[in-house]
Write a protein that binds this ligand. Structure first.
Ligand SMILES: [Zn+2]
Length: 121
């Protein structure tokens, strides 16, 4: 991947845009940068005691201010995932896939799929 000034996506974990990281790996509506992959690998390598278990909410140790500082990042992930989903649906439509099949795949009606995504055509 070459450096580019154009921001296409941001890491879903640290929020850095693709021009600011060495590599950005895409998942379904999410992205992770090379630095966050390294950090996650070190957490995994440290074993099960290094991370909070699923019974402990991530905000348990955060102050109100820290939580308020974090929620814009959570909201930005929703926007990014929505934009990614729209791009996938737009490509399916470009390929001639029907609204009925797209709706079926998403577990909604043809009408609901069209109402949600047709503005992109
Ligand atoms: Zn990151």
């Amino acid at each position: 991947m070459t450096e580019s000034a154009t921001e296409i996506a941001r890491c879903s974990f640290c929020g850095k845009p693709n021009p600011a990281v060495r590599r950005l790996v895409a998942g379904p509506g999410v992205y992770i940068c090379d630095a966050c992959v390294t950090l996650a690998a070190s957490v995994v390598d440290a074993g099960p005691t290094a991370s909070a278990g699923p019974s402990t909410p991530v905000w348990a140790s955060l102050s109100d201010e820290e939580m308020l500082g974090h929620i814009p990042r959570v909201a930005s992930h929703i926007d990014q995932a929505e934009a990614d989903l729209r791009a996938w649906v737009q490509e399916l439509r470009r390929r001639g896939v029907t609204w009925a099949r797209i709706g079926e795949s998403l577990g909604v009606t043809r009408q609901s799929a069209w109402e949600r995504f047709s503005g992109e055509e």
